[in-house]
Design a binder for this molecule. Sequence first.
Ligand code: TRP
Length: 342
Amino acid sequence: MAHPVTVAPPARVTRDPASSRILTGDRPTGPLHLGHYFGTLANRVRLQQAGVELFVLVADYQVLTDQDLAGDLAGHVESQLADYLAAGIDPASATIFAHSAVPELNQLLLPFLSLVSVSELQRNPTVKDEIAASRQASVSALMFTYPVHQAADILFCRANLVPVGRDQLPHVELTRAIARRFNDRYAPVFPVPQALLSQAPLLLGTDGQKMSKSRGNAIALSAGPDETARLIRQAKTDSRRLITYEPATRPEVSNLVLLAALCQDRDPQQVAAGIGTGGAAALKRVVTESVNEFLRPIRARRAGYLADPGYLRRVLADGNARASDVAAQTLAEVRAAMRMSY
Ligand code: TRP
């Protein structure tokens, strides 16, 4: 059996792109940021350009795990669509869709729930972190079951590759278990998918913690030049003049070097050497310029899409229709395998 985690696409993807189908997605909680971009968006676009079929999910039902983030859901969905298209996802070949519009996907949750144990769900490390971070007095059942729903996201379209960030690995592991258990118990309906990690090292937020909108340490793709400059100005550094790339011992400085390097598509060591003894001020100047330069065309495309909400709605409606066809087909096979086609 192939190892579940791979940083470069497996050989078969390059040899025969049409043999792979990718499903991935994001919660519509606000604008996507550079952590999303370098962690997974860039990977998706690269694979799509290589000829792999892409399903991209606007995971609106997953937002319900955190009521604080729900806010203006319709606005978030629209902004996420604009981010996807601006980043280079091509809706002519990709299926971009929302959970809530694909009932047959959601129906897979019921048989899948029967294939996992409560203690398995309680052990999920990502869910545990999210519960700790949410500071809620009580935890909804959806918090524990959303990883099973995520398995339905992946398996409804029989995706075999899932480009994700590291924090999503427990969910892909669970998806693999559910696929195997279903196939063993009923009939071989599902491929066992592989997670695909980005080759880029993990990009942290401007405070050295995980980059996330709720921590206020994220640079959104939609951030203007001034906001970008402000965020980078506030970033944590240290007092040594010589700038180096040493992620283990100088995490905050190295993270800024990495950010500039990713934006310039250069090696972080070279970027650090270029700044030399310029200190934190020179480092921040380079990072701000690199990020703004990198984001300029993305911001321009994003603004263009947002100026045409009718187009964005059509992209989503088309994707929803395509995803629903695929989901109906899979559900029919699932029901047949379960001897429930009556
Ligand atoms: N949980 C993912 C996130 O928070 C979003 C997501 C939902 C997802 N369903 C998915 C990712 C299926 C990959 C595959 O970013």
